[in-house]
Ligand binder design. Structure first.
Ligand code: COA
Length: 200
């Protein structure tokens, strides 16, 4: 089946923004409280592109909870800001991503997050990171990162893989398989490092 056909005929409904257990939709925090938390996580520096991109994302999720009439102008504003983040900072973070609290985007450029991805609380994403589908004919497969996942610069995490809580990904790794909680994977394709005390 062609990708186009898959998209037009088999596209699953868009994930409900913010519906996973570790994402903003289930927090009682207001939009401003979420943004304040993100600002603190980004070293209280409102000029950081990562903070700005996440603030736009939060706004994009928040406006979906508004009645349709009010949502229409908010959506116009959101789409314009989303494009500014993508085209200006090179951070592509659609509102359909399930993003946890206090996630940090360090630096900017070449950061592509698939719209069906999940990123847990307190995770770190760095410059040059892609969370994307692995195969053209499986366009909706996307990675799922637990809480406190640390993704090194330039890493690519592809397909329907799961990274457990506290997992780490080395810089420039290409992750094609799951990484259990607390483990580190490096290289292309990424291999899990032996724990230091048992390593040969
Ligand atoms: C993977 C990482 C988290 C270190 O994890 P660690 O468990 O402390 O691993 P170590 O440093 O003990 O290295 C273990 C082995 O992995 C190798 N290794 C470490 N990082 C690697 C990487 N990114 N790619 C390939 N191999 C790597 C080391 O050379 C070492 O190999 P050896 O056992 O053959 O000597 C770190 O190297 C890394 O890549 N961090 C990303 C940081 C980043 O993106 N910084 C950019 C800031 S702007």
């Amino acid at each position: 089946m062609s990708v186009l056909k898959a998209i037009t005929t088999d596209q699953p409904p868009l994930p409900e923004a913010g519906s996973a257990s570790n994402v903003t939709g289930e927090t009682a925090l207001t939009l401003w409280q979420q943004i304040k938390e993100d600002w603190q996580a980004h070293g209280r520096d409102w000029t950081k592109p990562g903070f700005r991109a996440i603030a736009v994302y939060r706004f994009g999720v928040w406006r979906m909870q508004k009645p349709k009439l009010l949502r229409a102008p908010l959506s116009l504003l959101y789409k314009s800001l989303y494009r500014k983040m993508r085209n200006g900072y090179g951070i592509d973070l659609p509102y359909t991503v399930k993003l946890g609290r206090r996630v940090v985007i360090e630096h900017q450029n070449g950061i592509i997050i698939h719209g069906y991805s999940e990123i847990g609380d307190d995770s770190i994403i760095r410059q040059g990171v892609t969370l994307g589908n692995r195969y053209l004919d499986r366009p909706f497969d996307a990675p799922k990162l637990g809480a406190r996942v640390n993704v090194g610069a330039g890493a690519k995490i592809l397909g329907k893989v799961t990274l457990g809580d506290g997992a780490s990904v080395g810089a420039n790794a290409v992750v094609l398989n799951d990484i259990p909680a607390g483990q580190t994977a490096v290289g292309i394709p990424a291999k899990i490092l032996k724990p230091k005390d048992t390593a040969d």
